[in-house]
Design a protein around this ligand. Sequence first.
Ligand SMILES: Nc1ncnc2c1ncn2[C@@H]1O[C@H](COP(=O)(O)OP(=O)(O)OP(=O)(O)O)[C@@H](O)[C@H]1O
Length: 258
Amino acid sequence: MAQRIDVKDLNVYYSAFKAVEGVSMSVEPRTVTAFIGPSGCGKSTFLRTLNRMHEVIPGGRVEGSVLLNGRDLYDKNVDPVAVRRTVGMVFQRPNPFPTMSIFDNVAAGLRLNGEKKKKVLEERVEKSLRGANLWNEVKDRLAKPGAGLSGGQQQRLCIARAIAVQPQVLLMDEPCSALDPISTMAVEDLINELKTDYTIVIVTHNMQQAARVSDRTAFFNLAATGKPGRLIEINDTDKIFSNPTEKATEDYISGRFG
Ligand SMILES: Nc1ncnc2c1ncn2[C@@H]1O[C@H](COP(=O)(O)OP(=O)(O)OP(=O)(O)O)[C@@H](O)[C@H]1O
């Protein structure tokens, strides 16, 4: 189910502004890759190109290619909606559908895909909530609003919603930045479990988190304000945090700038 990603010579624009330049990298299936780097270097922008979410922003445009198991997501015959089904996303702030119950939040994507059978929906909702480590906490109140859960539970609900449609890749944009340390730990444990089934890419400002959850780390940087962000180095997380190849990476991880 998990897929590999190969990015080649990617440039990303907001209208005339080139926000990210010349990124080439590969992500292996069933691994967690963390994106780190100073604010504004294009981590979130680049992440959104991996499921064609960037182009929903007016002026958003991409050059280069993103291959998912060898198939270019930007091929003119590829449907962006189908891409977003294959490559799911979890955002910084938990964003459950506010008027929907816990059950309906998780079932929403399945229903959108045309699934109507009650039994199938029930099975998939339970499996997804179990997968997100939330089942035991919510199984007796599935009909209650998703918005009534704690922040950490809401984020796990959003992860359940994302995995319910069985994506092949899961993108996470600072998924713990609005969470307390206990909820953060729960989500980090979950990421660790999910990587047996999914390819995961996570943007994080928290370097300890990158060190804890990821197998590979990509460091992005800006040459100067107003210049595009670039990928400086990608390597095994242990290597990035113990003996990076580039001086800029070492300066960043040792807190000398950024
Ligand atoms: N909707 C937008 N329109 C125009 N420019 C944008 C838009 N979103 C982001 N940018 C610009 O693109 C560049 C990269 O921003 P991005 O949010 O991807 O960086 P980031 O590394 O994720 O930052 P942070 O760590 O602060 O979230 C920045 O110069 C930013 O101002």
